[in-house]
Design a protein around this ligand. Structure first.
Ligand SMILES: Cc1cc2nc3c(=O)[nH]c(=O)nc-3n(C[C@H](O)[C@H](O)[C@H](O)COP(=O)(O)O)c2cc1C
Length: 174
């Protein structure tokens, strides 16, 4: 018997991940989406991927832009992660209550509290079931200063078994 979708979801929920927000701009409108299907791919050239659901608005947006941003979130940004994963939220003004800055090359939004941010130029898009795997070459990086690592505010935001978590608490914040 092939696995059911529920069995698959239960199994892959055991794979602990970080949380990112991916962003792009189309016709002056910011698009942003919480994503944990993010991975580093290659060192030479420096490539990353994000798997984007084809039915999402972010998919339509990233398909028509040449580049996108990735913000690797700290626990400080859990409310941002929750908000940018909310289906049907208004696109216009969705970043009004989010602290962000514009990236130097692409002008995409990058989350201020992120542990690290990347600017990426799309080099390939591969259809994969109901998602597209978007591969980007990293053109710029910001990494939060080492001096702050170890403070509670620079804990990575984690996702495990459908709950947001932190290394320190090890527990769901739900
Ligand atoms: C923890 C978490 C991780 C997610 N990761 C992804 C992902 O990697 N790819 C994706 O397409 N959607 C992912 N989603 C769902 C999107 O965040 C959600 O569908 C969002 O509303 C899409 O925004 P949009 O409709 O403006 O594109 C994730 C949701 C959560 C809660």
């Amino acid at each position: 018997m092939p696995p059911t979708a529920a069995e698959f979801r239960e199994a892959v929920s055991r794979f602990a991940t970080g949380i990112t927000v991916v962003t792009c701009v189309v016709d002056g409108l910011d698009h942003a989406m919480t994503a944990n299907a993010f991975a580093s791919v290659s060192l030479d050239p420096v490539l990353v991927l994000v798997s984007v659901e084809r039915e999402s608005r972010f998919h339509d947006a990233v398909s028509v832009t040449s580049g996108w941003g990735v913000s690797i979130l700290s626990t400080d940004s859990e409310p941002v992660a929750r908000w940018l994963a909310t289906k049907g939220r208004p696109l216009e003004g969705q970043l009004d209550k989010v602290a962000y800055h514009r990236s130097p090359n692409l002008g995409v939004a990058l989350i201020d509290d992120a542990l690290a941010t990347l600017e990426c130029r799309t080099v390939a898009t591969h259809p994969a079931g109901d998602h597209d795997i978007v591969i980007g070459e990293v053109i710029a990086i910001e990494t939060r200063a080492d001096g702050r690592v170890g403070e509670a505010s620079v804990e990575p935001l984690l996702y495990y078994r459908r709950h947001y978590r932190s290394i320190a608490s090890g527990e769901s914040s739900d």
